[in-house]
Structures are given as C-alpha cells and as structure tokens.
Design a protein around this ligand. Structure first.
Ligand SMILES: Nc1ncnc2c1ncn2[C@@H]1O[C@H](COP(=O)(O)OP(=O)(O)OP(=O)(O)O)[C@@H](O)[C@H]1O
Ligand SMILES: [Mg+2]
Length: 243
C-alpha cells in the first residue's frame, strides 16, 4: 500500500489578532497517513479541527508545528516548506479539494466552473465539456441550468456543482469536506458511488462525513481528530473495512 499523505505531529494554533492576540490551540500533535485506494474518514466533535486539518492538507492553513508530506510527481514533498509555485502545481496535478461550500465566481456559468480544473491541466475543450456535462448529469443538475452562474442556485445545487468540479479531474489525492451534507438520499448515493469509483482507481481519499451512513459505506479507516478521544467512541479509533 502506497502512502500518499504522511502527517507527523501536526499542531495548529490560531492567534486571534483582533481579540488581543488570544491563542486558540486546535490540532495538537496529530499523526496519520493516507494510502492510495483507501478512504480515511476524519471523525470528531464539531469544532475539533476536522476542516482545519483538511485545509492544512490543501495548504490553505500553515501548521504551527509538525510536517505534512504529500506524494507529488512520485516523491514525498514537504507541503509546509513548499514554495507557492509548487503548492499551485500540487493543487493542479495532485490534490483535489471539495470544500463544504462552493466559492462562487461571479458571472462564470456552471459548466465552465466544472470544466475549469480540466482546462488548467490542458485537457481539450471537447473532452472537458463532455466530462463536465456527464458529471452534472449524474448529479442531477438539469442542463437548462448549465449556462447560468451557480450564485443563485439552492444550497444543495451549489454543493453538487462543487462536487462535480472536484471530481472532474483525476487527482491522486481527493479531500472531501462533508460532501453529502445538504443532499437528498438519491444525490448522496451518487456521491458515494463517485467516491467508490475513484477509490477503485487508486485515489487516496480523506473525507469528513457527517452522515454515518456515508461513513459506513466508504471509510476504510477512521481517524479521530478529538484531542481527548471520547471513551464511548471505540469504533472511532480502529480501522474498519468498507461495508
Ligand atoms: N481561520 C480561523 N481563525 C480562527 N479560528 C479558527 C479558524 N478556522 C477555524 N478556527 C477554529 O478552530 C476550531 C476548529 O474548527 P474546524 O472548522 O476545523 O472544526 P470542525 O471539526 O470542522 O467542526 P464542524 O464539525 O463543526 O465542521 C474552531 O473552534 C474554529 O473556531
Ligand atoms: Mg468542519
């Protein structure tokens, strides 16, 4: 099994500069790894730092201590020391990230939003259009909406556009922050199938799944982010096979 992510003794302390410099320790000495073809589910209380950890893996947040190694172009790269140019290259080629909410770019039509990661990788216009359309169709976004910017879409529609965008390119690593959170059962099931497909292709998935059903369907391992694990949460500590 090939390690795609190695996190060692990672800590994150937020300093609230506009609150008199109050220090907020969120992650404390976290270590875990994620393997190709496996889904690692981050588990923990609200506010325990799951999204913070995912953002750190995407180099949105700089850790206070510890290291994050990412397999990129065949070698392990220390993300926290990578220059900006390399971070952008890693985001273009190696790591996909589906954030909890779509960051809407004004006036850009939905189909273009989904095609953008493919364009960045030099995929032809025709292929990009086909792939983006196929994903939007699977996620039940009606084609009459494809030419509209997603800014006025419903929460669930925006989330599905966000998911289509995240799955458009074949990244070796995919980070998912509550991808099924505001979806109906049918669409949540489509997302579960999409994740299963990328896992079968050897992608390393790290995800936060609020929904226990999605977690049970996908997680190969569960990593507990709580700094003091809840003794009742025994299942949260061990490895599990997908259901
Ligand atoms: N940019 C930031 N500046 C200051 N504090 C932050 C920042 N981002 C996150 N935090 C704090 O870090 C803590 C962890 O937040 P995070 O969003 O990682 O939690 P979470 O485990 O994803 O919770 P949830 O399950 O509710 O999504 C929270 O107390 C939050 O207020
Ligand atoms: Mg979160």
């Amino acid at each position: 099994m090939q390690n795609m992510i190695e996190v060692q003794r990672l800590s994150k302390v937020f300093t609230l500069h506009n609150q008199g410099g109050i220090q907020l320790p969120v992650l404390q000495g976290i270590s875990f790894s994620a393997q190709a073809g496996e889904c690692t589910a981050l588990f923990g209380d609200s506010g325990s730092g799951k999204s913070t950890l995912l953002r750190s893996l995407y180099a949105n947040y700089l850790p206070s201590a510890g290291s994050i190694h990412i397999r990129h172009r065949g070698a392990m790269v220390e993300l926290t020391a990578a220059p900006n140019r390399q971070v952008l290259e890693i985001r273009r080629e190696t790591i996909g990230y589906v954030s909890q909410f779509l960051r809407v770019i004004p006036r850009v039509p939905t189909l273009e939003v989904v095609m953008q990661p493919l364009r960045e990788r030099g995929v032809s216009e025709t292929q990009a259009r086909q792939r983006a359309g196929a994903l939007l169709e699977r996620l039940h976004i009606p084609s009459r909406l494809w030419s509209l910017p997603p800014g006025t879409f419903s929460g669930g529609e925006q989330q599905r556009v966000n998911i289509a965008r995240g799955f458009a390119a074949d990244y070796p690593i995919l980070l998912l922050d509550e991808p099924t959170a505001s979806l109906d059962r049918g669409n949540a099931q489509v997302v579960i199938e999409l994740v299963r497909e990328v896992l079968a292709n050897g992608v390393a998935v790290v995800g936060i799944f609020h929904d226990a059903e999605a977690r049970a369907a996908l997680a190969n391992r569960i990593f507990n982010v709580n700094s003091r694990p809840d003794p009742r949460g025994a299942e949260a500590a061990g490895d599990r096979s997908p259901a």
